[in-house]
Design a protein around this ligand. Structure first.
Ligand code: PLP
Length: 472
C-alpha cells in the first residue's frame, strides 16, 4: 500500500468509524454467531499474493463485524465497560501511526515524559497521595502481579531481592490475603509469583461484600503461629461482582503492624475518586504500598490503560531492573526508563490517549458523566425496589446494580436460579442489551452496569420496560 493509498483509505475508514458510532444501536450488542462460524469463513492458509484493500475491508464488514460484541453500544451493561471516546480513538490513530516502542526514555522522550505527567494528573484528579510514583501498565492484572513480585522481593528472608537471585530455597511460606470477593487476577498473580494458590487466603466478607477485618487479623495471627510469613493484603475498592469496598484504613493499620505490603485494586471504581462525594475513599490510601485503577474501564480511554502507583519506587525498580549492555543509555540515572517499571520490555505509547481525553473533556465533564452514570443506577435500583417481583442483591455503591427475581413462595432455590437465568438470556436475546451475571452469597445474580460512554436515561428506561415485561 502506498502512502497515497493509505491516505485515501484512512479517510474512508474515518467516515466509516463516525457512521459506526452514530449508528451503533443498529447492531445487536452481543454477537449472534455460533462457535467456529467466523473461523470457518477465514481461509486455512495465508494469501501468497497481496489483495486489494477493498476486498479486505469488505470481508471485515461481512465476516468480522457480525462476530463482534459491540462494547461501545449504549446497551452494553455487562461485566464492566471498556469505554472509549472520540478523542481517545483519535489519539490511538496517532499512536498507531507513530508506532513508537516506548521502552526507554530515549526511544521516545515525549512518550515517557507525557506518561509521567499524566500519572501526576490522574493522582491529582483522584486525590491520591502526592508522593506516589505512577506508571501505565497494560492491565490491572499485570499491575497486581507487579505488586506481588515487588512485595516478594522487598520482604524476602535474609536480604531483600533474594528470591529474584536465589529462588525460593530457604524462604518461609509466604501468605497473601484478599477478600473472597477479590478478582481472579489476584489468584493468577499469586500463582505466577510462585506462592501457590493454597497460600492465598480468601477472607470472608460481610453483608456489604467488604472484607471482614477481624477475620483477617485472626488469620494473620494463626499464620504467624504456624511459622508462615504474612506478606501482602490485596484490598479491593469496588469488587467485580458487586462493587464492594474493603475497609482500607483498618486493613492498612494491620499491614503496618505486621510489616506487610498493602496493594489496593480499584480497577473499576477508582475513577469515582474524581468525585468529591467519593473522595473519602482516598483518605486512608496513604497506607497502601501500591494501587491500581483502570482509565480503560470508566474514564473514556481505550483499552489498554491501567494506572499503577507505588510508594517505594526503588523497590519496584530493583525487582524488575536488568541492565543488558544493549539497553544502556548515558541518561539512565537521570530519566525514567519505564521498561523497568513492569513486566514487558516493549511498551505502547498509552499516555497520548489519556492526554487527549483529559484535555477534551476536562475534569468537569468527566465528573458530570460519572454522576450521570451513578444517577442512572440509582434510578434503576429504585424501580427494582418498588416492584416486589425483584430484590436487590447488593448495595449500589457506584453504577452497578445487582438484582434478581425474588423466589416465589415455597419455590426451591434452583427454580429461582433457572427463572433468573432465563430472564438474563431473554434480555440478551433482544440484541438491545447485554447484561452478565455473577453469584452473590451463592445466589445467581444479574448485574447491570450503567457506565457506557453513550448510555442515556432512555436506554435505562427501555431496559426496565423490557425487564418488567419479561419477568415471570
Ligand atoms: C476489581 C477488578 N480487578 C481486576 C480486574 C482485571 O482488570 P484487567 O482486565 O485490567 O486486568 C477487574 C476486571 O474487571 C476488576 O473488576
Amino acid at each position: 500500500m502506498t502512502i497515497e493509498e493509505f491516505r485515501k483509505y484512512a479517510h474512508e475508514l474515518v467516515d466509516w468509524m463516525a457512521d459506526y458510532l452514530n449508528n451503533i444501536e443498529q447492531y445487536p450488542v452481543k454477537a449472534f454467531v455460533a462457535p467456529g462460524e467466523v473461523l470457518h469463513r477465514i481461509p486455512n492458509m495465508p494469501p501468497e499474493t497481496g489483495e486489494p484493500f477493498e476486498n479486505i475491508f469488505a470481508d471485515f464488514i461481512k465476516i468480522i463485524l457480525p462476530g463482534m460484541t459491540h462494547w461501545q453500544h449504549p446497551g452494553f451493561m455487562g461485566y464492566f465497560p471498556a469505554n472509549s471516546s472520540p478523542p481517545s480513538v483519535l489519539a490511538e490513530m496517532l499512536t498507531a501511526t507513530l508506532a513508537a516502542q516506548c521502552m526507554l526514555w530515549q526511544t521516545s522522550p515525549a512518550a515517557t515524559e507525557l506518561e509521567e505527567r499524566m500519572m501526576q494528573w490522574l493522582a491529582h484528579l483522584c486525590g491520591l497521595p502526592t508522593h506516589w510514583h505512577g506508571v501505565i501498565q497494560d492491565t490491572a492484572s499485570s499491575a497486581t502481579l507487579c505488586a506481588l513480585l515487588t512485595a516478594r522481593e522487598k520482604y524476602s528472608a535474609q536480604r531483600q531481592m533474594a528470591i529474584n537471585q536465589y529462588g525460593f530455597e530457604g524462604q518461609p511460606i509466604f501468605r497473601i490475603y484478599a477478600s473472597a470477593e477479590s478478582h481472579s487476577s489476584v489468584e493468577k498473580a499469586v500463582r505466577i509469583a510462585g506462592f501457590g494458590s493454597n497460600n492465598l487466603v480468601k477472607v470472608p466478607t460481610d453483608d456489604n461484600f467488604s472484607l471482614k477485618v477481624e477475620l483477617l487479623e485472626q488469620q494473620i495471627k494463626e499464620d504467624l503461629q504456624k511459622g508462615y510469613q504474612p506478606l501482602c493484603v490485596v484490598a479491593t475498592l469496588g469488587t467485580t461482582s458487586s462493587t464492594g469496598i474493603d475497609p482500607i484504613g483498618p486493613i492498612g493499620r494491620l499491614c503496618q503492624e505486621n510489616h506487610m505490603w498493602l496493594h489496593v485494586d480499584a480497577a473499576y471504581a477508582g475513577t469515582a475518586l474524581m468525585l468529591p462525594e467519593y473522595r473519602y475513599l482516598a483518605q486512608e490510601l496513604s497506607y497502601a504500598d501500591s494501587y491500581v485503577f483502570n482509565p480503560h474501564k470508566w474514564m473514556l480511554t481505550n483499552f489498554d490503560c491501567s494506572a499503577y502507583y507505588v510508594k517505594d519506587k526503588e523497590a519496584l525498580l530493583r525487582t524488575f531492573e536488568i541492565m543488558p549492555e544493549y539497553l544502556k543509555t548515558p541518561l539512565d540515572r537521570v530519566v525514567n526508563n519505564y521498561r523497568d517499571w513492569g513486566i514487558p520490555l516493549g511498551r505502547r505509547f498509552r499516555a497520548l490517549k489519556l492526554w487527549f481525553v483529559l484535555r477534551t473533556y476536562g475534569a468537569e465533564n468527566l465528573r458530570a458523566l460519572l454522576r450521570h452514570h451513578i444517577n442512572l443506577a440509582k434510578q434503576f435500583a429504585s424501580w427494582l425496589k418498588a416492584d416486589d417481583r425483584f430484590e436487590l442483591m447488593a448495595p449500589v455503591h457506584f453504577n452497578l446494580v445487582c438484582f434478581r427475581l425474588k423466589p416465589k413462595q415455597g419455590e426451591d432455590e434452583s427454580f429461582t436460579e433457572q427463572r433468573n437465568e432465563q430472564l438474563l438470556n431473554a434480555i440478551n436475546q433482544t440484541g438491545h442489551f447485554f447484561l452478565t451475571h455473577t453469584r452473590l452469597n451463592g445466589k445467581y445474580t444479574l448485574r447491570a452496569v450503567f457506565g457506557q460512554t453513550y448510555v442515556k436515561e432512555k436506554h435505562v428506561r427501555a431496559l426496565w420496560h423490557l425487564i418488567s415485561q419479561l419477568a415471570l
